[in-house]
Write a protein that binds this ligand. Structure first.
Ligand SMILES: [Zn+2]
Length: 444
């Protein structure tokens, strides 16, 4: 009788529970994930995995749920250095009197590099393994993610006024092309167009973006329908709602990542579903800035791809996707007046696979499946705060905190081990954050 010899793999992770996200709602008990290189090469019961694989490293997670790494689908991570600079103010006062003046003084490659580094440390400790980034100096941002081994889609900013990044529309597009080319073929860093919002971008720029996004085959990531005021202003200026203007410009399609979307008609929701638009819901930012309520459950029911994001740290004030899942689920129930709305398994799916789909990465990340990248997070569920255990998804979304994330891998590489950041210099990151604090207050 012949027996197949065990296959040598780099890593075997044996977990009490594996929540693969795809198929939806499934929780596997006593399963193992085999990883070779950056890829998941097997997902099977632990006993079978031990017979099938000869791992170079074995990690046992006897009290943990292994989930796909969380995907933060909208963030401005350099702004982590502005966390708590100004709070509890009306949106325009907050922006015009605090955030924009501070940004004008600090904006540059050093600021974005140090902000992203602080953000990556925070995200890893919260189980997040991919960020959809949207900020100036995407060259320095992308280089930082690459250096830190963190997966990101880096936005190529376009806005209709001069900034430290670019002075003219031609310069925004030239620099966008350069940054896109610089990261072509990168294993972890991709690009997307990031026009700021309909109220800050002209029709001419949107038309260029539509053509170039098709040519380069990249997403278009923008804020829109964030507040009722934004919709009213657009109607006053162009006679159209922002979404109608985007439709007219040919941007309502499956490349579009529409962030916020708190003001939507039933017709607009149906149009999003039909066109394959992804909506990124940022519930905590919307609540803190009193922007409005995204109709997340209506979008879900219509079949729209709903993903979750924190938005920047200046309006949240953290990068906690566990908090975002919980808030999204609770808020959706209140808005829909339906306790069955936006259930826990759906919240986890929105925070993983739907984010991956929005960014065009659904074949690579977002679920634990053979052939996908090994972007994984382990959550320790034995703490008294998550006992007793009836339902894993319920504990993950309604009771767990990000401090229960114990281990994280990106593309098969260990980034967090028993809550310790593996390859980051935490004292140096803290020293830089304190130094930026001194610089920022000295300008005030
Ligand atoms: Zn934003």
């Amino acid at each position: 009788m012949s027996q197949t010899p065990p296959q040598t793999v780099d890593l075997l992770i044996e977990a009490r529970w594996v929540v693969p996200v795809e198929p939806h709602g499934v929780v596997l008990e006593h399963h193992a994930v085999a990883v070779h290189g950056s890829y998941i090469v097997g997902l099977l019961p632990i006993a079978e995995a031990r017979a099938a694989f000869a791992p170079r490293e074995r990690v046992e997670l006897p009290e943990h749920a292994l989930i796909p790494g969380l995907v933060n689908s909208h963030t401005h991570n350099p702004m982590t250095l502005l966390r708590g600079l100004a709070d509890d103010l009306p949106l325009m006062t907050w922006l015009q009197e605090h955030i924009w003046p501070a940004e004008a003084k600090v904006m540059g490659p050093e600021f974005v590099r140090d902000g992203v580094e602080l953000a990556v440390a925070e995200m890893l400790r919260g189980g997040t393994t991919c960020a959809n980034e949207n900020y100036f100096f995407p060259d320095a941002i992308g280089a930082t993610y690459r250096k830190l081994g963190f997966r990101a889609v880096v936005g190529l900013p376009v806005i209709e006024f001069p900034t430290a990044w670019a002075k003219t529309q031609d310069e925004y597009f030239e620099r966008a092309g350069e940054v896109h080319d610089a990261f072509l073929g990168d294993a972890l860093v991709r690009t997307a167009f990031a026009p700021h919002a309909p109220y800050t971008v002209s029709d001419a720029s949107f038309e260029r973006i539509r053509v170039l996004a098709d040519q380069l085959d990249i997403p278009v990531h923008l804020h829109t329908h964030e507040t009722a005021h934004e919709v009213e202003e657009e109607k006053r200026k162009s006679g159209l709602r922002p979404f109608q203007r985007l439709q007219k410009l040919g941007l309502v399609n499956d490349r579009l990542i529409a962030v916020h979307m708190t003001q939507l008609t039933d017709g607009e929701i149906a149009a999003c579903a039909e066109a394959g638009v992804s909506v990124v819901h940022c519930p905590e930012s919307n609540l803190k800035l009193a922007s409005g309520f995204c109709p997340a459950e209506k979008l879900r029911r219509a079949g729209v791809n709903v993903a979750l994001g924190t938005d920047g740290c200046a309006s949240n004030n953290d990068l906690d996707m566990f908090g975002e899942m919980r808030t999204a689920a609770l808020l959706a129930k209140a808005v829909a007046e339906d306790a069955a709305a936006f259930d826990a398994a759906y919240a986890l799916r929105a925070a993983t696979l739907h984010g991956a789909r929005a960014m065009g990465l659904e074949n690579e990340i977002g679920s634990i499946e053979e052939g996908k990248q090994a972007d994984l997070a382990a959550v320790r569920l034995s703490d008294l705060e998550t006992q007793p255990m009836f339902h894993v998804a319920s504990q993950l979304v309604y009771a767990s905190g990000r401090q229960q994330v114990s281990d994280v891998w990106i593309a098969g590489k260990r980034k967090l081990a028993a809550r310790e950041l593996v390859d980051m210099d935490v004292p140096a990151i803290l020293a830089k954050a304190r130094a930026w604090r001194e610089r920022i207050v000295s300008y005030a």
